[in-house]
Design a protein. Structure first.
Length: 173
């Protein structure tokens, strides 16, 4: 979590207008940001302000002083763990679903037998089931079909609705 280090953020709306905001403008939750005193939707990278959709495009951070060598060693360890556990060498959109309270979306998707399942050029990663990867030529429809398959399967087997972490922008063809 890095929000407590944010000095300001820059957003971009659909009209191309840039906005600078401070952390005081937002209420932070588990993988969500809401604009205070204005209606906004839950998001990981976008929001709605006065009916205009906005996305975070930049941030300024104020980092605490510390031991640079120790910090670099910690970052190196964390990156190695991430590389070992996630399909970072293959095009993907990152973590697809939020973890439900007390469980992991990847565990439930894998328990449904979906790890490695392909639709078109996309598949649920064989390395980490909460990632959908593009094996080459995947369409947005392929990816969305896998997202819906995972949601339906987990709902049916566990009675839990997986909440998307990724946002689909645009309309279906």
């Amino acid at each position: 979590e890095t929000w407590n280090l944010v000095v300001q953020v820059e957003t971009l709306d659909r009209t191309g207008m840039r906005h600078v905001r401070t952390p005081q403008h937002y209420t932070i939750g588990y993988r969500s940001v809401e604009r205070r005193s204005h209606q906004m939707s839950s998001m990981t990278s976008g929001s709605v302000y006065h009916g205009i959709e906005e996305w975070f495009v930049a941030a300024t951070f104020r980092m605490p002083h510390g031991d640079g060598g120790q910090s670099r060693a910690r970052i190196k360890t964390l990156l190695a763990q991430r590389i070992a556990a996630q399909p970072l060498g293959i095009p993907n959109a990152g973590s697809v679903f939020r973890n439900p309270p007390g469980d992991h979306a990847a565990r439930m998707i894998e328990a449904c037998g979906l790890k490695g399942r392909c639709i078109g050029g996309a598949s649920i990663s064989a390395k980490h089931a909460n990632f959908i990867v593009n094996n080459g030529g995947a369409s947005a429809a392929d990816i969305e079909a896998l997202i819906e398959l995972a949601q339906q399967s987990v709902q049916q087997q566990f009675g839990i609705h997986l909440e998307r972490e990724v946002r689909v922008v645009g309309e279906r063809a």
